[in-house]
Design a protein around this ligand. Structure first.
Ligand code: ADP
Length: 387
């Protein structure tokens, strides 16, 4: 396997560039715009949206295996290609239970994995039934669009009955042909949010990266502390969750698993990303094998690389857009680059918009100290964000 097709050309595909070079692979990307980050590292690009299966048929002719950096695909249309012999890794059956957040929760529950209490909200749910189900969960609840949510888009924390009615009324008056479907779940008053990256090879070998702590603001990841300061029991429990999930789905590739650690010490799975994930970006600079090289190794049938740290710990900070601008923020990037042991990754997006992920910084640390990691993150954020 030499030529790897990637559906999606954002920063996750862009960050596969170095791994591909190292392994002597060619990357061919399917992405809509010439300005998408991965166009610069791809040997060739098929310009089309990620759900365009006709474009994926063209992509398939140019490569030996196809993998994903974006899961907003049309599985039904792609399955015709898989039936004709196109090699998708992960195979489509491993993605099928995960793309809709409600189906995903049901699947995790069937596997016996711990998840928050939830139910599907569709037109068949009568008002009295809705009221009783919500009373059972208790406000606040979390309303989530079942598909196409990312970076907190499509996730709403609802404090009371009136806000829920208002939110739902807002959706039903939208003149969209496809009304979004929702899931409602309990609000988890977590102590911390955690994540783990796991990879599985063609031969069924599973490796997991160290569990990390993720910190979100307004539902968007702001920083990652690697490794998380958690007990060995919690780490082992999360490792077992990753093994159960990847083995049951017979995944070939890399998955990101987001979790809650509750105030009473329980671990709950929040969400599965069937691809590399923001919570694993630290691995580019802090680990023997990055999550991006690992995905390429897995999908090309190579032995998996060592996920271990090559530093005692690290902190990763996302550089999010805070204005609409075409600036490349040279001087701020320079200032951040002067922090000792910092590695800045700038995705080269042509336009900044509030909340858009423009780049990230990882700082390697000489000891494992959560407070010190948070202090460095604050320093970076005080350089990056105005005011
Ligand atoms: P996305 O797919 O947009 O990343 P998530 O479901 O991962 O959406 O939610 C984003 C963030 O919203 C989470 O990282 C967490 O901070 C918060 N969140 C989501 N679900 C819950 C919940 N049930 N209880 C508390 N916070 C939640």
């Amino acid at each position: 396997m030499k030529r790897v097709g990637i559906i999606g050309g954002g920063q996750l595909a862009w960050m596969m560039g170095d791994g591909a070079k190292k392994l002597g692979l060619e990357l061919i990307v399917q992405t809509p715009s010439r300005q998408d980050p991965a166009v610069n590292i791809a040997q060739e690009t098929v310009f089309a949206t990620v759900d365009d299966a006709a474009a994926t048929e063209v992509l398939a002719k140019k490569c030996d295996v196809i993998t994903f950096e974006n899961e907003f695909v049309n599985l039904e249309a792609l399955s015709a290609l898989e039936n004709q012999g196109v090699c998708f890794r992960p195979r489509l059956a491993a993605l099928a239970p995960l793309l809709d957040k409600y189906h995903q929760r049901c699947y995790l529950q069937e596997l016996g994995l711990p998840v928050p209490h939830f139910f599907a909200l569709d037109n068949t749910v009568q008002p009295e039934e809705l009221q009783s189900k919500i009373e059972h969960l208790g406000f606040p609840v979390v309303l989530k669009a079942r598909r196409h949510g990312y970076d907190g888009q499509g996730t709403f924390i609802i404090r009371d009955w009136a806000s829920l009615q208002k939110k739902l009324a807002g959706f039903s008056t939208e003149k969209t042909v496809n009304q979004p479907l929702f899931l409602i779940e309990e609000f988890v008053p977590f102590e911390r949010e955690l994540a783990v990256i796991a990879a599985r090879s063609v031969n069924g070998e599973v490796v997991t990266y160290p569990v990390v702590e993720t910190q979100q603001e307004q539902q968007v990841c702001r920083r990652v502390i690697a490794p998380a300061d958690i007990t060995a029991n919690h780490a082992a429990e999360i490792d077992a969750i990753a093994h159960t999930l990847l083995n049951n789905l017979q995944v070939v590739g890399v998955f990101g698993i987001e979790l809650f650690l509750t105030t009473d010490g329980k671990v709950l799975v929040n969400e599965i990303a069937p691809r590399t994930h923001n919570s694993g970006h630290f691995s580019l600079d802090a680990c023997e094998t990055s999550q991006f090289e690992q995905q390429l190794r897995a999908v090309c049938g190579l032995p998996l690389g060592n996920p271990a740290f090559k530093t005692p710990s690290a902190v990763m900070v996302n550089l999010l857009g805070y204005e609409t601008s075409q600036s490349d923020y040279q001087s701020k990037r320079q200032e951040i680059a002067e922090i000792p042991q910092s590695y800045i990754h700038w995705y080269g997006k042509k336009e900044s918009r509030p909340g858009r992920k423009l780049g990230h910084v990882t700082v390697l640390l000489d000891s494992q100290n959560r407070d010190a990691a948070i202090a460095i993150a604050r320093t970076i954020e005080s350089i990056w964000y105005p005011g």
